[in-house]
Write a protein that binds this ligand. Structure first.
Ligand SMILES: Nc1ncnc2c1ncn2[C@@H]1O[C@H](COP(=O)(O)OP(=O)(O)OP(=O)(O)O)[C@@H](O)[C@H]1O
Length: 237
């Protein structure tokens, strides 16, 4: 459902992605890991059509994002939970999103319920939201069109323990319903619990991919991460 095929991306002399290939299938959650500056957000931006690859191709449901019919209904994207207009209320953000997708207003209430934002919270301006509330709103925005593919950049960042548990249940439920989920996170313990597969990158290159059992061979995800990234610098060449 998600496919990176030899994707490269350069910014001037900086090689942010170098020959990146992996897939995410229906009904599975892939944890996308790597140190700061490894290229995770760049890869997700390329996948969501916000940035052009310098080489190779990233496709969703067999096509580049920009060529999808009604992409917002097929692919849910959360790249920056703080990107929402601070002057709008949570309900306004979701209502505008629903209008863009041609969805009934009732979907806004369903989504608020799904992400655990109360009616009172939804009436507040996003500028006054905590990071955790913004994450819930961002996930809700991504889920509006009941997409089959989800691309989430650090959605658990800023959530409290209850929020993290809620997110885990939500993502597992979506995957069980057939959704393909690409999830970046620095919360390794969380990824360990929720992801079926791991793709680890460093300096823009895929360092390892597979199930944790295949890759870890008894090591925790944290130890695997530290072992694999010990030999790579944080930033691209
Ligand atoms: N618009 C840009 N212009 C120039 N360089 C960029 C741009 N976007 C990203 N980079 C560089 O590309 C590299 C990869 O950055 P990216 O944000 O994708 O990493 P990341 O793995 O998401 O990091 P983090 O875990 O810190 O979010 C970094 O060296 C970054 O400085």
């Amino acid at each position: 459902m998600i496919e990176f095929n030899r994707v490269g991306k350069s910014y001037g002399g900086v090689r942010a992605l170098d020959d990146v290939s992996f897939t995410v299938g229906a009904g599975s959650i892939t944890g996308f890991l790597g140190p700061n500056g490894a290229g995770k957000s760049t890869a997700m931006r390329v996948l969501a059509g916000l940035s052009r690859p310098s080489s190779g191709a990233a496709t969703v449901l067999g096509r580049p994002y920009a060529e999808l019919d009604r992409p917002g209904s097929q692919v849910g994207v959360l790249l920056d939970a703080s990107a929402q207009h601070p002057g709008r209320t949570g309900r306004e953000v979701l209502t505008l999103g629903a209008m863009m997708l041609g969805l009934p207003a009732s979907r806004v209430d369903e989504v608020l319920d799904l992400v655990g934002l109360t009616g009172q919270e939804a009436r507040r301006r996003v500028g006054g939201y905590s990071l955790g509330m913004r994450q819930r709103l961002g996930v809700g925005h991504a889920l509006l069109g009941r997409p089959r593919v989800l691309v989430l950049d650090e959605p658990a960042n800023g959530l409290d323990p209850q929020g993290i548990r809620w997110m885990r249940g939500l993502l597992r439920g979506l995957a069980e319903a057939g959704c393909a989920i690409l999830l970046s996170s620095h919360l390794l313990h969380e990824v360990e619990q929720v992801a079926d597969r791991i793709v680890m990158i460093g300096r823009g290159r895929v360092l390892a991919q597979g199930t944790l059992a295949e890759l870890g061979r008894g090591r925790s995800l944290e130890q695997l991460f530290l072992d694999l990234t010990a030999t790579t610098d944080r930033s691209p060449a």
